[in-house]
Ligand binder design. Sequence first.
Ligand code: F6P
Length: 327
Amino acid sequence: MAKIQTIGILTSGGDAPGMNAAIRAVTRAAIYHGWKVMGIYRGFAGLIDGDIRQLTSSSVSNTIQRGGTILKTARSKEFMTPEGRQKAYENFKKFEIDALVVIGGNGSLSGALQFAADFDVPCIGLPGTIDNDLYGTDSTIGYDTALNTIVDCVDKIRDTANSHDRIFLIEVMGRDAGFLAQNSAIASGAEAAIIPEDDSTVDQLAQYIGRGMRKSKNSSIVIVSESPKEGKGAQYYAERVEKEYPQFDVRVSILGHLQRGGIPTAFDRILASRLGVAAIEALVEGQRNVMIGIRDDKIVYVPFGRAIKWNKPIDRELIDVLGVLSL
Ligand code: F6P
């Protein structure tokens, strides 16, 4: 592999708190090794348009505590086409970039995998998504912050749910993964979580209502994972409650994009810093086309194909814990 002198770095897909800490770590670790760092703005869209500027050590000062991404982000449809990727490669060469660091979720790492395959360029991925749905890492950058944000919101909603004797169905993000829903339900003492991974034939709503009735509960909180694939979000379950259990007063609260913002937790800042430094170490070692993850507190390299295509399972124990504690 040709000697690396310059790296490009971009954030892509949904932003996640801690992305700035990762940009900072990658930038400073690269400079530590004597490399030049080119910041690519608006993800792959910026690579296509040539929206690229050099980052110095001071460009990333005072960013570790900020949510969002200083490089901005986008979901580029054009990058999904061979013509779009060709344009991106032309800028890759024009700006004399030797390797690319991509911070993002599933879609972003799929883009990196395709780009690396098309043009035989070294790419390193960092898992940056609140969804925590990348295989091979215990946590993704932004997940812990989003989880804490959700718990904070649920604590507040519980006050009003209690006062009014209501059932609240609270919808949280996660795309097709239930990590945010399951763990926020445990952490907020919710009565149930409805998640896409629970493929049992048991009707999750009926099971939960039955349990609540046995305890003659008047108010309760159910966390519902958004499930764009099946379109069965909190609204769907609220309509069912209204129809099938009219004795209950039910309300829906969709937390939405507030889950993606905010000051990153210390956990996310440390995770992002470790992963960012490890991304540069991986390039120094000659690694390519791997996502950097952390498992059992150790840095690991996960081939792109595995990180994005292998479904990350939810530990059955988490489902059992919620079940036991909500009895
Ligand atoms: O992947 C992160 C995520 O926040 C998902 O949880 C959610 O389904 C999606 O992005 C929302 O995307 P957008 O901000 O483009 O609406």
